[in-house]
Design a protein around this ligand. Structure first.
Ligand code: CA
Length: 222
């Protein structure tokens, strides 16, 4: 499952691509102009973008240029007219990872999406990039969390606490360990802040995901 941004102003094409990618198990978001597309792409909430060149407000070339000049390494597949070879060459020079000539068959697009996602995962090392267990997924770069595919909002402390649990699945973590890791020395060991935050995570992840081990601490059970 990946989060895919589709920047395409032709509703028919955007809907077709989005529907197909959702059927493949991905989450999709459509941006219908270049400015919106750039904002979304820079949000850090995506694993891949599919980018049309001919867009209102800002062309796909400009979007790509801005994206790369702001340091984003988001994999981008550019959609380009079949006859515009120059477009394609500039797109690749401008930092696109791949391109798809229009019109395209959906199967071709899916094959490229798979390939790009796999390459991105190989380069970044999925273990460093995301943590996934028991239906919970943490994106360590964008600091976003999903539970069974649904995005959930976590505060900075909740995110850090979730991260410690997910790095140590099945292990009992004491209150002191959690307090040290997440809160540093700001809190006295008698504080119940850990219990309170475990309660918050249970609400968001499901009560069964974190077990209380009486007299010891907590265990994350995927
Ligand atoms: Ca267009």
């Amino acid at each position: 499952m990946a989060r895919i941004l589709i920047v395409e102003d032709e509703e028919r094409i955007a809907a077709f691509v989005a529907k197909g990618l959702r059927a493949e198990g991905h989450q999709t978001t459509v941006a219908a102009d270049g400015e919106n597309g750039l904002d979304e792409a820079l949000s850090g909430g995506y694993d891949l973008a599919i980018l049309d060149i001919g867009l209102p407000r800002m062309s796909g070339f400009e979007v790509l240029d801005q994206l790369r000049s702001q340091g984003s390494r988001l994999p981008v597949i550019v959609l380009t007219a079949r006859d515009s070879v120059t477009d394609t060459v500039s797109a690749l020079e401008g930092g696109a990872d791949d391109y798809m000539p229009k019109p395209f068959r959906f199967a071709e697009l899916v094959a490229r999406v798979r390939l790009r996602l796999r390459q991105a995962a190989d380069q970044q090392g999925p273990a460093e990039d995301t943590l996934e267990a028991g239906g919970v997924r943490l994106d360590l770069r964008s600091r976003q969390a999903t539970v069974r595919g649904e995005q959930v909002d976590l505060s900075a402390r909740e995110f850090t606490l979730a991260q410690i649990f997910m790095l140590n699945p099945g292990q009992v973590l004491t209150r002191e360990q959690l307090l040290d890791h997440v809160w540093g020395y700001d809190f006295d060991p008698g504080s119940n802040v850990v219990d309170v935050y475990v309660g918050y995570l249970r609400k968001k992840f499901g009560a069964e995901t974190i077990t209380t081990i009486r007299g010891m601490g907590y265990r994350f059970t995927p």
